[in-house]
Design a protein. Structure first.
Length: 169
């Protein structure tokens, strides 16, 4: 059975530069995105993609650390932007071994259609694939969608991500 990539799309009524900054600046990104506890940009050479490291704290002293490579830019006269991502980890606790995806920012009459699509490989062969299909992929998709909703409320209403997550819990 072919796996479906994670796909999430949302309309956000904000300016492109504000959304780009909130999603491409590590200390802002880690505030709204459940998938990351911290993101650290590594030194960058001019005209090269941005390398970074990330962490996801799981609790009980457990942390998943990984690597990523991101590049982004404008797409012509339409004003759309795209940010592509290659990511992975060697941590045995991670349900994701390595993956690739993108964020797309498409201006419209009232704001921006912000969307992501990504796919990833899993560890542990067929057993890992089964766990991914039944448990992890739905949870990761849900976490991505919740994070996008939090970003939307932050951009549109100024409600801080932490206050949204505290209220959610």
């Amino acid at each position: 059975m072919k796996r479906k990539p994670v796909y999430v799309e949302i309309e956000i009524y904000t300016a492109m530069d504000e959304l780009w900054r909130a999603t491409q600046t590590p200390h802002l990104h880690e505030q709204w995105d459940l998938r990351f506890s911290s993101i650290t940009y590594l030194p960058k050479e001019e005209n090269e993609p941005q390398h970074f490291s990330y962490k996801r704290n799981l609790g009980f002293g457990q942390t998943i650390e990984g690597w990523g490579i991101s590049s982004g830019g404008h797409e012509g006269k339409s004003g759309a932007r795209t940010s592509s991502l290659h990511f992975g980890t060697d941590n045995a606790l991670s349900p994701i071994k390595e993956g690739k995806g993108y964020w797309k920012y498409v201006p419209n009459e009232n704001g921006i259609t912000f969307l992501t699509q990504y796919d990833y490989d899993v560890p542990f062969g067929r057993f890992g694939q089964m766990l991914d299909r039944l448990l992890f992929r739905p949870l990761i998709g849900w976490g991505t969608a919740l994070s996008f909703d939090v970003l939307k409320r932050w951009m549109e209403k100024g409600e801080s991500p932490i206050s949204q997550y505290l209220r959610f819990l």
